[in-house]
Write a protein that binds this ligand. Structure first.
Ligand SMILES: [Zn+2]
Length: 395
């Protein structure tokens, strides 16, 4: 008898707890406006007792493998955009030459279009990881970066020649040249959590950023230059950094072993310059892009398996559009469109919205213990076009 009670008792308790008749179920409400235009909870779905709210909601909404980001007040569900591609722009330097340089005023024109034409400048890392949770619904994902740490990128005003002259400082703080990428981006580009999602992919085949501030030129691979330390630390805090290899040679010419060692050496040097660890480094751009003789997909990913930290992805320079799900070549071979004076009109037309591109869609879930309207979208930090749902959890 005792044995029988012991085995039946837990089943009785369990069935009591999950019974739909003994406890009201949690309910998901869609937030919107009623027919009088008043904000209200307009559509409800009861959460089956054995279901977890986020996965149930993503199925209910028809999201396939959504990315989920849990924040303090909300949970974000984001689908990978379908039916369009993403422009990933690769710049090199600012200047007047037709190839690889872009006039500062043209760079300014492009950057000003980001906010005015409904783009969202997402990080190259989020894009490589297929994470669109930061991109508000209705916004068009856009990725940008610059290779080589060349002239016109992160340049301070100097007394005398830019390369060898002393940097001008006010109470110790240097001033950016207003016609360099950093200054133009800081003036016109949107920020995400106080950071501008523009990646500087640094190589060490020349003085990074081409300024010495009076220091002696140490020669390849250019370690221990105080001004380079100052710039890399600044960019790591305010922008994003990526690897562009140490020696800037073609991956195909070097082969797997030498190339991955070269990437690792560049990463170590960036850490050295960041004073320990360059926090934002998670991606790389291939010197000259991925050319014949370099694999893609899984095989290319395996090139970087022995790095101390995994890379989230790698960027090509093939002048192609990128697909949001990295088909067909995978996240280590993401296509980029080059932008320079010879072709910049194409970039302008894209940013002016004259070419259809991918559009983001995400849903925000806010949880409460009684049925009520959510706080304002502004206080939740979400966009007016984001789909908003309220989970009313029974105590
Ligand atoms: Zn390069």
């Amino acid at each position: 008898m005792q044995h029988l009670l012991a085995s039946v008792f837990p089943i009785l308790v369990f069935s009591f707890l999950v019974s739909p008749f003994s406890l009201a179920a949690d309910v998901l409400w869609r937030y919107g406006t009623d027919r009088y235009g008043r904000e209200s909870l307009i559509e409800s779905v009861e959460l089956p007792p054995e279901e977890e709210a986020v996965s149930f909601l993503s199925r209910h909404l028809g999201y396939e493998n959504p990315r989920i980001k849990v924040l303090a007040e909300t949970t974000i569900l984001a689908a990978t955009p379908t039916g369009g591609e993403v422009p990933v722009f690769g710049f090199h330097k600012l200047g007047m030459e037709p190839r690889f340089a872009l006039e500062p005023k043209r760079f300014r024109t492009l950057i000003r279009l980001i906010q005015s034409k409904g783009w969202y400048l997402m990080s190259d890392t989020d894009f490589a990881q297929g994470d669109f949770t930061s991109v508000p619904s209705g916004k068009k994902p856009l990725v940008m970066g610059s290779d080589d740490a060349s002239s016109g990128t992160a340049i301070y005003l100097t007394r005398g020649p830019s390369r060898t002259g002393r940097v001008r400082r006010i109470f110790g703080t240097p001033r950016w040249d207003p016609n360099c990428m950093v200054a133009i981006l800081e003036r016109f580009a949107p920020r995400e959590n106080n950071r501008i999602n523009f990646t500087f992919y640094i190589s060490f085949d020349a003085i990074p950023f081409r300024q010495l501030d009076g220091a002696k030129n140490p020669g390849f691979p250019y370690p221990n230059i105080p001004l380079v330390r100052e710039k890399i630390t600044y960019l790591d805090a305010h922008f994003r950094l990526g690897i562009h290899s140490l020696s800037h040679q073609k991956a195909a010419d070097m082969g797997q072993e030498a190339f991955s060692q070269d990437v690792l050496a560049a990463w170590n040097l960036m850490n050295h310059y960041a004073g320990g660890r360059a926090e934002t480094v998670q991606t790389m751009a291939y010197p000259y892009g991925i050319v014949d003789g370099v694999p893609d997909g899984e095989e290319l990913a395996s090139w970087f398996e022995e790095l101390e930290r995994p890379l989230a992805g790698g960027f090509d320079f093939d002048d192609q559009w990128a697909s949001p799900n990295h088909q067909p070549r995978g996240p280590y071979a993401i296509s980029r469109l080059g932008v320079d004076n010879s072709n910049w009109e194409r970039a302008r037309k894209i940013l002016e919205g004259k070419v259809p591109t991918a559009v983001a869609q995400r849903t925000i879930l806010w949880t409460t213990t009684r049925k009520r309207l959510p706080p304002s979208r502004k206080s939740l930090g979400i966009h007016r076009n984001d789909d908003l749902w309220v989970l009313v959890k029974e105590d």
